[in-house]
Design a protein around this ligand. Sequence first.
Ligand code: NAP
Length: 281
Amino acid sequence: MTKVFGLLGHPVGHSKSPLIHNDAFSSAGMDARYHAFDVKPEQVKAAVEGIRALQLAGCNVTVPHKIAVMDFLDEIDDEAKQIGAVNTIVNQGGRLIGYNTDGRGYVESLLEELGEPLADKNILVIGAGGAARGVVTALARHGVARLTITNRTLEKANALLDIAKSLNTEAEAISRDDAESKLGEYDVIINTTSIGMSPNTDESPLSLKKLAPGTIVSDLIYNPIETKLLKEAAQRGGRTLNGVGMFVNQAALSFEHWTGMKPNRQRMKELVVETLGGTSC
Ligand code: NAP
């Protein structure tokens, strides 16, 4: 019987997940299909019950349902609990288990770019929304030296400090002005906000006037592939990392949870970049 996997989100029309997962299932010779389901917020419980009733093999969960689905699952792994959100559901014989692969997907892409451990790195995170929670949790679990978080709503940044501190990572929350003035101190700067995302491509979350050459500047956004922030970073001698790697890695980790197999991440990257009209990752 064909195995069916799905994406639960609202809206889902823009998603590249069906493209890369269906390609990965074909490449693995699996009789499986992945479909994007547009689930309205008031239908989340029914959608999760539908996974059991229709025997879907697994799902991804995206905005705005990553927190809401948690109430209806049978088990949630420790990292997803710490993050407070689920982006992957595995159906194990009717038992639904929730995972979060976003943060780890991001950290794997950062490690690929850095080519060295994170242990002595001083990192600035811009933003404190859902994606930031995953990134901060995964960075702290990797034992980074120090995390600084800046966010428009400072109380939300303060909430992220609790996650970092519970994982024995030194962390502080500061204003955007303070972050801009101390920019030269950071080894890695990560934008987790939606500022600069298409169609608002002329916006940037932070001034990079004080950027030290060689600093890694990273954006979770992958549409456009090169945000205004990354363009400015490159002009000022920074090393840049876009959100394609995170997107592909979180998808690959979901695929591994569902199938026990490793998909070809390079092929996934090429498919995403090709459909976004870009020329590189
Ligand atoms: P979210 O939970 O809604 O958080 C949005 C964040 O952006 C918050 O920190 C918010 O600040 C800030 N923000 C939004 N508009 C702002 C503005 N005009 N001025 C200042 N701050 C603003 O969203 P999310 O799920 O974390 O997603 C954030 C971004 O990450 C999106 O662009 C998404 O596409 C990207 N993302 C990429 C991947 C990937 O695989 N590459 C995965 C997940 C997310 P406040 O707290 O003050 O509202």
